[in-house]
Design a binder for this molecule. Structure first.
Ligand SMILES: Nc1ncnc2c1ncn2[C@@H]1O[C@H](COP(=O)(O)OP(=O)(O)OP(=O)(O)O)[C@@H](O)[C@H]1O
Length: 258
């Protein structure tokens, strides 16, 4: 479904070249939930923007369904960290969720139905008329998730979407993502700097090295499908996997790995 083939990115700042990503190659299969973690500044956001077609790579290609990404791919939605900046404050919740649907050629009734359904899925049924600023941070991020879901993407790219919400809301939103993933069969690529979050959510965790970034490790998360904030997180398997990811991140910071 998603393929990174030797992706590299150099930024030019004041004439100097900063190689943010050296080379990254990986695949995400249809219907997978893959988390990407790495040290701060290793290029996670850069990678996601390249996969979303919002930034051109310097080297290599990103492919969705075998087609080179050279602009936002069809059937792909992105959820960013800063919900405060991704929702338009002058539009009500319903209009925010409806916005990307306007270019799908749907009737008004179909759009209204999709908006209502998506808000229902994120537990905000009937809140179409609310203004984003009347909602808590966690609720605003759920609106941003509803907007992505209403679009019915096959690929959902998420860039540290829960970094700005409190711990309890974060746990709820993590479960919401796993639930939506189960129900909708969407492929999810979830970027986070939180090791526990990556293990709790993912079927697979890709650990990136520090900049210039390469693939540090790939860890299979054999925790099964049913995950529970209390039972899963206190299980010995969880502790083992968290330790394995933590070790790789430490090695990544020291420049070890491949
Ligand atoms: N537009 C830009 N121009 C120049 N350099 C940039 C630009 N965007 C990012 N960089 C640099 O590229 C590197 C990777 O940045 P990026 O934001 O992708 O990392 P990140 O892993 O998402 O960081 P964090 O974990 O702190 O969110 C950093 O060194 C950053 O300073």
């Amino acid at each position: 479904m998603l393929e990174a083939d030797g992706i590299g990115k150099d930024y030019r700042v004041d004439g100097a070249v900063n190689t943010a990503i050296d080379s990254l190659t990986f695949q995400v299969a249809e219907g997978e939930l893959v988390c990407i973690v790495g040290p701060s500044g290793c290029g996670k956001t850069t990678l996601l923007r390249i996969c979303a077609g919002l930034l051109a790579p310097t080297r290599g290609v990103a492919k969705v369904d075998g087609r080179e990404v050279d602009g936002p791919p069809a059937d792909t939605a992105v959820v960013f960290q800063e919900y405060g900046r991704s929702l338009f404050p002058w539009m009500r919740v319903g209009a925010n969720v409806d916005l990307p649907l306007r270019r799908l050629g749907l009737t008004r009734a179909e759009r209204r139905e999709r908006v209502a359904e998506a808000l229902g899925l994120v537990d905000l049924a009937g809140r179409e008329r609310a203004w984003p600023w009347q909602l808590s941070g966690g609720m605003q991020q759920r609106v941003a998730i509803a907007r992505a879901v209403a679009y019915r993407p096959r690929l959902l790219l998420m860039d540290e979407p829960f970094a700005a919400v409190d711990a309890q809301t974060r746990a709820e939103l993590e479960d919401l993502i796993r639930d939506l993933w189960h129900r909708l069969g969407v492929t999810v690529v979830f970027i986070t700097h939180d090791i526990d979050e990556s293990v709790y959510l993912g079927q697979r965790v890709l650990v990136l090295s520090s900049s210039p970034t390469r693939m540090q490790a790939e860890i299979h998360i054999g925790l099964g499908e049913d995950r529970d904030q209390l039972a899963t997180r206190s299980s010995p398997e969880f502790a083992k996997l968290r330790g394995a990811v933590w070790k790789e991140i430490q090695a990544a910071k020291k420049g070890g790995g491949e």
